[in-house]
Ligand binder design. Structure first.
Ligand code: PLP
Length: 356
């Protein structure tokens, strides 16, 4: 008689994950690129005033919101799959369009989940590093697209480097990927902070996806909502992986109301721009080196130990920021989310006190 053994996938057993997001309530959170100011309270009250018993009791009206979103993007629903945060969509693209041991190419440093999902499914994640001067040479990306590559992941703009691609650079990369039949995923989580988009490729060509989120400029990270845009056959494959009713009614209601109130979105953009200009001017005036052409975050090279500054900001000022090691010529530096001016002033005051 064979006695059974409990099974655990060794890839999951050995997977490195960080679960540190639950004790952040009382802090000024400038560590995960959320909007610390959030949506106006009167707008939230207005949206919630429409919530009734049926709204909560019934499965969400996913089709209706997908139509609203398709209309907003100038496409149709066959090009869109809603996901419970764009992190979910990224996972499904990796799962469906690569094989065990398959080669996935991505730039580093970047959003960590690309690597986590690749490892989760036993894929071979190949990293293309930035230059010492924090620029990205697209020739290095093109070189990494080998015959056995299955997926290329780009970010427009990249988190945390804040770099972007010109039309010409992007065209060259896409051409190389097409020649080798490599699917491309472009993560546009920080769209709106940087308006240039490659979504038309996803809507008009095959084997290119764009993921977007409502967590960043739309200020809805707590609701969890994102989408994958792509060609209809590809989108169907992503949809097959979704859990039933994967996006919740509150998230879609908030997103629909923001889309239908362009003034709300514009005011979020204006406040962000004011905060960003203020911080950049202040860094310049005080001789700080920084990097971040686009996105709602910035790398700052500190004069003293960046890790100590992060620790003191947390314990003494209740401000959360991140430090990143080995960032080219910056070494270990800070990554700070950009929000409206009052929060940038609060951060700056603390930085002046600790970075000396
Ligand atoms: C580049 C990038 N992609 C995706 C995400 C995930 O966003 P969400 O799952 O909230 O849509 C983030 C979050 O920080 C990000 O920085």
């Amino acid at each position: 008689m064979i006695i059974g053994m409990y099974y655990l996938d060794p890839k999951i057993k050995d997977l490195y994950r960080i679960f540190d997001q639950n004790a952040r309530k009382d802090y000024l959170r400038l560590d995960l690129n959320e909007n610390p100011g959030g949506l106006p309270q009167d707008f939230i009250d207005y949206v919630l005033s429409q919530v009734d018993t049926r709204f909560v009791a019934q499965y969400p009206e996913t089709l209706q919101f997908t139509e609203v979103l398709a209309n907003y993007l100038g496409t149709d629903i066959s090009h869109l799959c809603l996901v419970n945060g764009s992190a979910e969509g990224i996972r499904y693209v990796i799962q469906a369009f690569t094989s065990p041991n398959g080669r996935v190419v991505g730039v580093v440093p970047s959003y960590f989940m690309f690597q986590v999902y690749s490892e989760m499914y036993g894929r071979n994640y190949v990293k293309v590093p930035y230059n010492e001067d924090l620029t990205m040479d697209v020739n290095n990306i093109i070189k990494a697209i080998t015959d056995d590559t299955q997926l290329l992941i780009l970010l427009n703009p990249n988190n945390p480097m804040g770099n972007v691609y010109s039309d010409d650079e992007f065209e060259r990369i896409i051409k190389a990927a097409n020649e080798k039949q490599v699917t491309v995923l472009v993560d546009e989580a920080y769209h709106y902070f940087y308006p240039k988009t490659f979504i038309d490729y996803a809507l008009n060509k095959e084997h290119i996806f764009v993921t977007r989120t409502f967590s960043k400029l739309f200020s809805m990270a707590g609701c969890r909502l994102g989408y994958v845009a792509g060609w209809p056959e590809g989108i169907k494959m992503v949809q097959k992986l979704c859990t039933p009713h994967n996006t919740n009614a509150f998230a879609m209601k908030f997103a629909e109301e923001i889309i239908s109130h362009p003034n709300v979105l514009q005011s979020l953009i204006d406040k962000f721009n004011e905060g960003r200009s203020w911080l950049i001017d202040t860094l310049n005036a005080n001789g700080y080196d920084y990097k971040g052409d686009a996105g709602n975050f910035i790398f700052i090279k500190t004069k003293t130990d960046a890790e100590k500054i992060v620790a003191r900001m947390k314990s003494e000022k209740k401000i959360l920021i991140k430090s990143y090691p080995n960032v080219g010529k910056f070494g270990t530096c800070l990554r700070v989310s950009i929000g409206e001016k009052k929060f940038m002033e609060q951060f700056w005051k603390a930085l002046v006190e600790f970075d000396k």
